[in-house]
Write a protein that binds this ligand. Sequence first.
Ligand code: AMP
Ligand code: GLY
Length: 423
Amino acid sequence: MNIAVLGSGGREHALCYKLTKSKKIQNIFCIPGNAGTGRIVKNLDVDISNFQILYKEILKHNINIIIVGPEQPLVDGIVDFFNQKKILIFGPDKFAAQLEGSKYFTKLLCNQNNIPTAKFGVFNNITDAESFIDRNKMPIVVKADGLASGKGVYICETKTHALNAIKEILSGKFISSSTVLLEEFLSGEEMSYFIIADKNGYKFFGSAQDHKRVGEGDTGPNTGGMGAYSPSSIINNILEKKIRKKIIEPTLNGLKKMNHPYSGFLYAGLMITNNEPYLIEYNVRMGDPECQTIMTLLETDLVNIIEATIAGKITDLEISWKKEKSMCIVLCSKGYPNTYKKNIEIDKIDNLILDKKSLVFHAGTYEKNGKIYSNGGRVLNFVTLSNSLLEARKKGSSLIKKLNWNNGFFRKDIGWKSIINNK
Ligand code: AMP
Ligand code: GLY
């Protein structure tokens, strides 16, 4: 069997890594991939937003199954496209992908199915939005409706800040959004909860804590994710039951009623307030860097999981996990998430000595003449497994220090809340 993973980040490197452990596959491709995937599978330099060209490439390499890493192709309907071409593809269809593609769609689904989430209003003019602000407490959360690469959310402490954010969105800062959502601010602890679903059922697929802010102590602007650990330290059986009954199951049932049963990975971004889960957002894919921690804990063959899901039999499959904790620390280019330099050689990467419980996944890298260079904000992911988050963090940090890459920085406090509470 030949399989292709679409995307070029640390998430895709982790998926490819896990696929290489399967005995069922002949060839694995990563499209377009990065320097790290290029060393373990075959990279194909193809634009994944051009489905027709991608289709030709899929036929040329006799690819049997496509796994989609990032959200954009899913939101653009890649699953519907390849379903029509009778090529197996893993992920939700265009309709279900609105769970990530339109925050308004998700909010309506929540309202129709009594799913706990922040109270909200949706607006396309400033006057109505202002009157909503006057009727609600500060802080208030302003969001662009469509995909905005994690940059479309503003937590506003003042009315002036909120009005400026609304004006930015309504004036077209994010091409995908001419609509703005205003939301009540939820306080509590955030966590990421993952499932894998098909038209007949679903299975738990890991929990994690992400660290979205660039600065230590969760300060500064939002990023794609500076580090994560799995499993989440705030999850317990009672909370998990509530997440399933109040959030996941009504969502899957709601989509089924609309004749678009969900298929693929589903990532619920949750706020836990007084032991009650509230949905902040859905993502229709694995998280990045959460995926890197979850793939390294997964024991079951990923190909079996993907095949079972495509066949609508995921509930028949036993999915097993390592008992350890996994932590991912992201090494970024200095300046990220604002401007940063690219094309800087990472000269000592091949000197790193990794034991069985440490891995380096690549994100924004490419290889030229045997040398590895940076080409993104998030560059490398250091993943370590241990029974203790503190130990995992020490090991990851020490590897990054050994790499001694002058253009990089990383958060030294991944897992801090859990480590302080000694969970
Ligand atoms: P989103 O892109 O919707 O996940 O939002 C990005 C981040 O903004 C989340 O991870 C939260 O930290 C924060 N956020 C979003 N919505 C809310 C809310 N209603 N209350 C508090 N924080 C929020
Ligand atoms: N780690 C956040 C995300 O993947 O959206």
